[in-house]
Write a protein that binds this ligand. Structure first.
Ligand code: TPP
Ligand code: MG
Length: 620
């Protein structure tokens, strides 16, 4: 109560009513060790209702994870260990970044998949449970449907969700907004549902509930736990104000009085804290001595071995980059035991398929090909969970235009630096006949604007192979933007290293420069060739990755673009390109249903259009 009061920000109500649950989980049920927060086979705890973060910080403080009272006093302050919502990689003991409701729940499903797959292959002593606490908001969010349905289908029996059934959200009672029968809903997904009405403050009752939930049944378990938000505040218990407004000093005092504890801010009796930490340490030592650690094979990726297995692509044959990624996956999978691949019902279409991988299921728990079904959002969030689980590198695929369906998960992957690899094929109006609903326009600009996200749009198979290395060696998520249509080979692939490569007229002072990406690189080269005939030396630069170029060699890129008139060529929004060139050529409208080459042509993505633009700019 004191931390949000001091911060004048944050939420007490839910943290208070879930405190007994948190206590029982950390001190009686979960297998974890505060001194070994990264021990591989620890139970995972995810607070999907991240707005109750102070609960998790209080538990980390009591259990001795390195959070001290001074950190709680700095709740939500600049550079503190206790930010507004839990952030993975920032605070020891926080597994995933939560706050956008529903994401944590879907991350937990991914963690449970990773756990099952890894323990099936490397030993039961790597097995663990995944506990997730979700509120009304998490279960109202659409992603909870996708993820809950997937978890039920896969029979993830070590996944345990506690639903904080307090009937309150910010606006008021859930009678305003929701009439779902949660028990029927999750039962229909294939979950086991346990309901608990009178035990929110009954420690032994909570322990019995959680131990029951751990029993294997072949199904994930939802514990529907009735709680009273703000308990035991005399004024605010059961009221939505217990969420919406931080408690006043008077509210805090009266609640402390009701609890029979001293009215002193940030008060924690030394003997209580010592006892907590002692118990946590003893339980932790026992746990560590009886459970497995990260297998060597799943440690860091052997990049040299991956390079040695990379296919070499014939410079003569045209190939879609989605086909190239499939060949790359296939060839490198034998030296990548980390891989878990899958797609949202576009497995063959996107190339995210390894032929030796079995379909993951409860009868094939070692399977590494996940059939996500048409559940892009859950797929993205599950991959974030898998990546943060550790011991695996998730790769998932769909059409680029549907990246929008995964955007919240991609954003959290970037924020938490989760090494998930997103494969997006069908990357432009070149998709053709499917028309504007399926033709991405603004998606590249959108993904490029996400901090930490590595975005690569290879020009051909060689750049695709090198992009795979770039993704495997990047400390964060990567989006690979791939073509549906065949592309002639035009590069050596080295452009991935620094993010760009000069492909034509590198050694002379050019009259103009065209910077292109992906499928537009061959178009730019064709334009340059035509301009050669007109006596104009037009340099062509492949720029598969803005962010790599910016990180690794922005000055080299500027020198490569030169000082003459510069153009960009990309079949997508021109937003952002003015940073690099004088004259962006792109598509700032929606596409149309027609054969891909026709749409490209009509929308000005053609050698003829580029030649015209260059000549009229140069006046020659
Ligand atoms: C996707 C998303 N939408 C909106 C919010 C803002 N928000 C934070 S908590 C909350 C209410 C959630 O209700 P519930 O999960 O029942 O939590 P409780 O009020 O019971 O603590 C809302 C709307 C959010 N964090 N994430
Ligand atoms: Mg609620």
């Amino acid at each position: 109560m004191d931390a949000p009061l001091k911060a004048k920000s944050g939420h007490q109500g839910t943290a208070m009513s879930l405190a007994p649950l948190g206590h029982v989980l950390y001190s009686r049920v979960m297998r974890h060790h505060p001194a070994r927060p990264d021990w591989f086979s620890r139970d995972r705890f995810i607070l999907s209702c991240g707005h109750a973060s102070i609960l998790q910080y209080a538990l980390l403080f009591l259990n001795g994870y390195g959070i001290e009272m001074a950190d709680l006093e700095q709740f939500r302050q600049w550079d503190s260990a206790t930010p507004g919502h839990p952030e993975a990689g920032h605070t020891a003991g926080v597994e995933v970044t939560t706050g956008p409701l529903g994401q944590g729940f879907a991350n937990a499903v991914g963690m449970a998949i990773a756990e099952r797959e890894i323990s099936a292959r490397y030993g039961d002593d790597l097995g663990h449970h995944t506990f997730v606490v979700a509120g009304d908001g998490c279960l109202m969010e659409g992603v909870s449907h996708e993820a809950g349905s997937l978890a039920g289908h896969l029979g993830l029996e070590k996944l345990i969700c506690v639903f904080d059934d307090n009937g309150i959200t910010i606006d008021g009672s859930t009678t305003l907004t929701c009439s779902d029968d949660v028990v029927a809903r999750f039962s229909a997904y294939g979950w086991r549902v346990l309901t608990a009405t009178d035990i929110a403050n009954d420690l032994d009752g909570l322990e019995a509930l959680l131990l029951e939930a751990k029993k294997p049944t072949g199904k994930p378990t939802l514990c529907v736990l009735k709680t009273v938000i703000g308990e035991p505040s005399p004024s605010l218990r059961g009221k939505h104000e217990a969420h919406g407004n931080p408690f006043t000093a008077e509210h805090v005092s009266e609640a402390k009085s009701a609890m029979g504890i001293p009215d002193v801010a940030f008060h924690a009796p030394v003997d209580v804290v010592d006892e907590y930490r002692k118990v946590a340490r003893e339980r932790g030592e026992l746990f560590v001595s009886t459970s497995g650690s990260l297998p060597d094979a799943l440690g860091s990726i052997d990049v040299a071995a991956v390079r040695a297995t990379l296919p070499v692509f014939d410079r003569e044959t045209a190939m879609a980059t989605r086909v190239a990624i499939q060949k790359v996956l296939e060839a490198t999978a034998p030296v990548l035991p980390h891989l878990i691949v899958g797609s949202a019902d576009l497995t063959g279409n996107t190339g995210v398929k390894v032929s030796s991988f079995a379909a993951h299921s409860s009868s094939k728990p070692d399977g590494r090909q996940i059939y996500y079904g048409i559940r892009e959002h859950a797929m993205g969030a599950a991959c974030v969970g898998m990546a943060l689980h550790g011991g695996c590198v998730p790769v998932c695929g769909t059409f680029f235009v549907f990246a929008d369906y995964m955007k919240p998960a991609i954003r959290l992957a970037a924020l938490s630096k989760a090494q998930a690899i997103f494969v997006f094929s069908h990357d432009s109006v070149g998709v053709g006949e499917d028309g504007p609903t399926h033709q991405p326009i603004e998606q590249l600009a959108s993904l490029r604007s996400i901090p930490n996200l590595q975005v690569i749009r290879p020009a051909d198979a060689s750049e695709t192979a090198q992009a795979w290395i770039a993704a495997l060696t990047y400390d964060g998520p990567t989006a690979l933007i791939l073509s549906r249509q065949n592309l002639v080979a035009t590069t050596s692939g080295v452009g991935i290293e620094r993010g760009f490569e000069c492909l034509a007229h590198a050694d002379e002072t050019p009259d103009a420069t065209i910077v292109a990406t992906g499928s537009e690189v061959p178009v730019a080269l064709a334009a340059s060739k035509e301009l050669d005939a007109a006596g104009l030396a037009v340099r062509v630069v492949s720029l598969p990755s803005w962010d790599r170029m910016r990180r690794l060699d922005p000055a080299g890129f500027r020198a490569c673009v030169g000082t003459g008139p510069s153009f960009s060529l990309e079949a997508g929004s021109t937003m952002g390109w003015h940073e690099f060139v004088d004259h962006p050529i792109g598509i700032d409208r929606f596409g149309a249903s027609a054969p891909g080459n026709v749409v490209m042509d009509k929308l000005g993505i053609s050698a003829a259009a580029v030649v015209g633009a260059v000549r009229s700019t140069l006046g020659r």
